[in-house]
Design a protein around this ligand. Structure first.
Ligand code: VGL
Ligand code: ZN
Length: 207
């Protein structure tokens, strides 16, 4: 795949809490770090996202008495999976993995900072209408194609790639640079949804 000036690499949530040893560890999550470092060298433009919750965030099971992590609840905006406490602002778990090495990244976008609403997508919060501002940023910069990598394949990468497509960007996911949480078949459901939904899933960048 030949890369263009109008391409941007969107590196999603490569943070300690999503790496083995973290509070919401994604199996083998650390394996993406060197792969993403290498990929980032190939792109002219790179944007990073950071899951960035206040303490007692409404997506945490601990904020809902009697609820267990990974169970479902109903929020005012619809169904929401409840998570272990993770990526709390200012904690070590919210920091990027220490081996992530992308000094050229041009923007760090933080999401999930509203207490009452979760945000998987880098573009919209989970009510599917509150924007994060990333669409405006990418448009104003003239980007046309978004390549998504990072954690987790079946949550934040999925929602970001699908929203990028819906917003009119060409949307590509590089699977070798992602890892899945895989709750109840969510990884396979993501591949299926990409096939139907216009998102290009490639094993690696190729060249
Ligand atoms: C994520 C669950 C909760 C992710 C973030 O980055 O995929 N998943 N918060
Ligand atoms: Zn989160």
């Amino acid at each position: 795949m030949k890369l263009l000036e109008t391409d941007v690499l969107l590196v999603i949530d490569v943070q300690n809490d999503f790496i083995p040893g973290g509070n919401l560890a994604v199996t083998a999550g650390h394996e993406v770090v060197p792969i993403i470092n290498e990929l980032a060298e190939k792109f002219r433009h790179v944007v990073l996202t950071q899951d960035w919750h206040p303490e007692k965030h409404s997506s945490f099971a601990s904020s809902h008495p009697g609820k267990q992590p990974f169970s479902q609840t109903e929020m005012h905006y619809g169904p929401q999976t409840l998570w272990p406490e993770h990526c709390v602002q200012g904690t070590r778990g919210a920091e990027f993995h220490e081996a992530l090495d992308i000094p050229r990244a041009e923007l760090i976008l933080r999401k999930g900072h509203r207490p009452g609403i979760d945000s998987y997508s880098a573009f919209f919060e989970n009510d599917r209408k509150t924007p994060t501002g990333l669409n405006g940023y990418l448009r104003e910069r003239g980007f046309q194609r978004v390549f998504c990598v990072g954690l987790a394949f079946d949550y934040c990468v999925r929602y970001s790639a699908e929203d990028a497509f819906k917003l009119g960007f060409d949307s590509v996911v590089i699977e070798s640079a992602t890892r899945a949480i895989d709750l109840e078949g969510s990884a396979e459901a993501t591949r299926h949804s990409f096939r139907r939904g216009g998102i290009t899933l490639v094993p690696h960048l190729g060249q």
